[in-house]
Design a protein. Structure first.
Length: 151
């Protein structure tokens, strides 16, 4: 990682059409999907999840490579070493040393396939749970990491 001359922030594009999302909360795994988890209010109206932040990329292959990288144990190690281990901030993502263009060039096709399989598995194994608050109740889609990826 020390030999990398680039970081993830250099590959992001605020106007890019390919988004991935990250949760600021860190647990035993990270929640970094390419879809916004569904959050419904008591009127069954969708609302954006408050804890999910967006990263945008100019191409799907770059987004897929970033998605795989940010869901890897390498990135989990990185934030364990360089963060407070309770919150995932944009700075940790932005500072991750990686040449995403090079990764996409050599492994983009494989990582795109893996990203697709991982997101399908997350969707298939997610659960919706209702949470009650004073002002409203919310039904929230939670992702459970039960990987059933098959070759």
């Amino acid at each position: 990682m020390q030999k990398q001359k680039s970081s993830l922030v250099l590959h992001q594009d605020k106007l890019g059409r390919n988004a991935i999302y990250f949760s600021r909360k860190v647990g035993y795994f990270l929640q970094i999907p390419n879809f916004e988890p569904e959050v419904l209010n008591s009127k069954n109206e969708r609302r954006p999840p408050s804890e999910f932040k967006e990263l945008r990329f100019k191409s799907k292959v770059l987004a897929d490579c970033a998605l795989c990288l940010l869901n890897s144990n390498l990135f989990y190690w990185f934030i364990t070493v360089f963060s407070d281990c309770r919150h995932l901030n944009r700075r940790e993502i932005d500072l991750l040393p990686i040449n995403l263009d090079s990764l996409a060039k050599f492994e983009g096709e494989t990582l795109s396939l893996l990203a697709k399989q991982l997101m399908k598995d997350l969707q298939n194994n997610s659960e919706s749970k209702m949470m009650k608050f004073k002002h409203d109740s919310l039904t929230i889609q939670f992702n459970v990491f039960i990987l059933n990826i098959q070759n």
